[in-house]
Design a protein around this ligand. Sequence first.
Ligand code: MTE
Ligand code: MO
Length: 392
Amino acid sequence: SDYSKEPPRHPCLQINSKEPFNAEPPRSALFRSYVTPVDLFYKRNHGPIPVVDDIERYSVSVSGLVENPKELSMKDIRMLPKYDVTATLQCAGNRRTAMSKTRTVKGVGWDVSAIGNAVWGGAKLADILELVGIPKLSSSTKSGGKHVEFVSVDRCKEENGGPYKASIPLIQATNPEADVLLAYEMNGEGGALPTGKQPLNRDHGYPLRVVVPGVIGARSVKWLDSIDVVAEECQGFFMQKDYKMFPPSVNWDNINWNTRRPQMDFPVQSAICSLEEANAVKLGKVTVSGYAASGGGRGIERVDVSFDGGKTWVEASRYQKTGIPYVSDGESSDKWAWVLFEATGDVQRNTEIVAKAVDSAANVQPENVEDIWNLRGILNTSWHRVQVRVGH
Ligand code: MTE
Ligand code: MO
């Protein structure tokens, strides 16, 4: 693999693996802004960052089980109505390092920052599929469980040198309300051609990536090469042999990958970001901040914070955009985006400060990481704990 053409990166990123490049920002970068700056947004790759330098010749083929297969240029895609969707992207491996402390897991280690919130600009997949003859809201019963597969330009060893790929159900792909995008902008950087700015940077999928809101990051394929409508879900490595949630009893000797579905929606999650894993604090009032997010478009109903290791709880205040009150499932809330929270409590002795969130379906984060341990170390959504030692 050729890692000689990697893009420049922010020096603050904590590098979890150099080749392929996997890195996350410091915790403090997350709660400081509702929209995560592009250079501080986590970067999760399985191979070298591909070079797409001839944008005039770049195109995406849309084919498979469709009436009129098409090759779409960037111009064709930019001609479709443009949508800006604020959506949180989270890697299923977020908080894996903490899970691996109870029992070894396989995978790149991550602290709590394999997550970010961005304003993605691009065309809706539902509009693209309409161009090739697939009507909006094609129900999966009528279409027999069809999927829409995304194939990338990049190459990775898990696919034996083939491209990274993933798929989502056709019912979701053709639903305009699901807001699945082919994004060419991230946080408004880019805009209508021509500008001096680079639309969507190379690390995040230049020139075009899929964004599947509310679903684990692995399905949001970067550097898109083709879209295929297929009869069943994608058979690629990352759908069939990875990113599946197993019970704690399954190990590498008794695993049967076919017994589980590929993970799609991410579960309710939260983390304290204003403190590190272990901290010295002053006796008395302590204020903490962090993020909470849930999958499937479910909002955050509540965030509870404990300043005494989980014995008593206070409810945190929640916000997205300043000046607009956050209401879970409210009209002016961003349904695919995280919620930032803040809570103040009294710390009188050495203890743990703990956060747990509740989503709009009343799902609660599990208390202990042991209970959700799985051999791939995914979906660690256990209560987030930070240790505080009282100084003077
Ligand atoms: N797409 C391609 N082509 N190659 C990849 O390695 N990684 C996936 C997904 N899309 C990946 C990809 C995973 S596991 C995640 S979590 C997100 O991209 C990360 O997106 P980001 O690097 O823009 O944060
Ligand atoms: Mo991921």
